[in-house]
Design a protein around this ligand. Sequence first.
Ligand code: TPP
Ligand code: MG
Length: 583
Amino acid sequence: MGTVEPQVAASSDAEQRAQLDGFQLVIEALKLNGLDTIYGLPGIPITDLTRRAQAAGLRVLSFRHEQNAGYAASIAGFLTQRPGICLTVSAPGFLNGLNALAHATVNCFPMILISGSSEREIVDLQQGDYEEMDQLAIAKPVAKAAFRVLHAEDIGVGVARAIRAAVSGRPGGVYLDMPAKLFAQSIDSSLGKNSLIKVVDPAPKQIPAPEAVKRALDLLKSAKKPLIILGKGAAYAQADAEIKALVEETGIPYLPMSMAKGLLPDTHEQCASAARSFVLPAADVVMLIGARLNWLLSHGKGKTWGGKGAKDWGGQKFVQIDISPQEADSNVRIDAPLVGDIGSCVSSLLNEMKSGWTKPPADWVNAINEKKNGNVAKMAETLAKNPSPMNFHSALNVVRDIVRANPEAMFVNEGANALDFTRSIVDMYRPRKRIDVGTWGIMGVGMGYCVAAAVCTKQQVIAVEGDSAFGFSGMEVETICRYNLPVCIVIMNNNGVYKGTDKDPTGRDPAPTVFVKDARYDKLMEAFGGVGVHATTPAELRKAMEEAIRSKKPTLINAAIDETAGTESGRITSLNPTAGKKK
Ligand SMILES: Cc1ncc(C[n+]2csc(CCOP(=O)(O)OP(=O)(O)O)c2C)c(N)n1
Ligand SMILES: [Mg+2]
């Protein structure tokens, strides 16, 4: 019902055969630009698009909820520097995908949400069409750009504009609206082919100005206590060798933000992660590479940075490498903005450094190492304990070993405590292996990320999930089993959001933060033919993870964690309004 048969099959008439319809033009436009994977969910008006795309050789991954398809597309964009394509049906499907589009924009991931929509004439007169909604207007505020294509001959331009908008400059989410009628339109095949555009140089290099490079280096040279912060923009840039060379040749200690972990191995001697709360307030010049001074870095001021009050400047000067000229001064003064693509900026710095460079003072480096060694020793003690029931530390000690033994594996992580403990305990060794909740600290990215990570990298995927976090996308374990992806999910099951011990003071209902006690998420996996394991000790967890990686079978391990082990909101308790009031 409502679907359109391809024109080619409809008639044997030669003239008819020399036609291309909207469906085919969309497929050809994507193929022409090397976009060979679609993450979506079928239905009117795009069911035939999914079928015909698959028949045409594209990979079509069909999800159980559009939000997960969208998150998959967004992270595919991050991993590949090509826009991830998400395909949804009109109104409700579109809205389900919209969250991921906003997420892509906020995180600077290139993604294109293509959504079918209802008849323009009826939508605009608000006459009550099937799934009526003015989708373009709704997408605009959360997208980097939004376009609608009304005529088959404009599909090529529409797709080209969407690609350029998604990947050029600061990447983001782009919405492409395709009303149902568009897919059924046919145009002359040679006209159609001619209308397609293969996008040339979609993300042009942006070379920094020489004086900006010099300014940045002069500031760095003046530092007594310099620090580099690597953000996920640095990971996205795929300038891994240049970034490593810059860090090592400057000799400056560095902090990786969560998704920049592994750009250099976390075990690198210059990595200051284990001394974060020492280096941020103590540093005098900080170079941000693809990292924004947002809430994740306490806006570059306040007590984290050695400021006296919550909003006071800590006295640091900043070099900021960013592709967007608007980023500088967003929170504090940036003394040396370096605007350009990260690869070009870092290469320019390296070139300019050839005229002479002195490594940072030894007392700064030694002080950091002392802090680091102390903290690492303390952590090692905690990790070596083997309490019963298992807690986050004893479970993550196992995950840490497994990741060290499998450095090429992709690593997905979400939750509160399940995120914060994992980020600090599990070291990463290679670039772009760790993908997580990102700028918004969003729950629900987990299973979509697992699918895209497996599909894009063809590597083993390991996911560490809070039991609450997992619930947002849990049904996609069917998708993981259906495509037989090498995904090993470890659920840190502490019976709830943050912990499992809250009580309803009236005694009527379960507390808002708790779930069914001792739930067996492993059984969910078994329902779809995957491997489910219930692990109550680190030894059981280790055995199950090793087996999952050896077999490559979709596996879900329900790790039973002490329900009292977590803290409210993990590491960001201070952002709770009640905590704010107490300050
Ligand atoms: C989409 C979305 N909804 C709600 C939240 C609020 N939130 C933050 S962490 C979290 C879940 C924490 O529980 P869990 O994943 O079990 O981790 P734990 O701390 O228990 O290890 C929630 C609901 C969010 N970040 N994103
Ligand atoms: Mg939990």
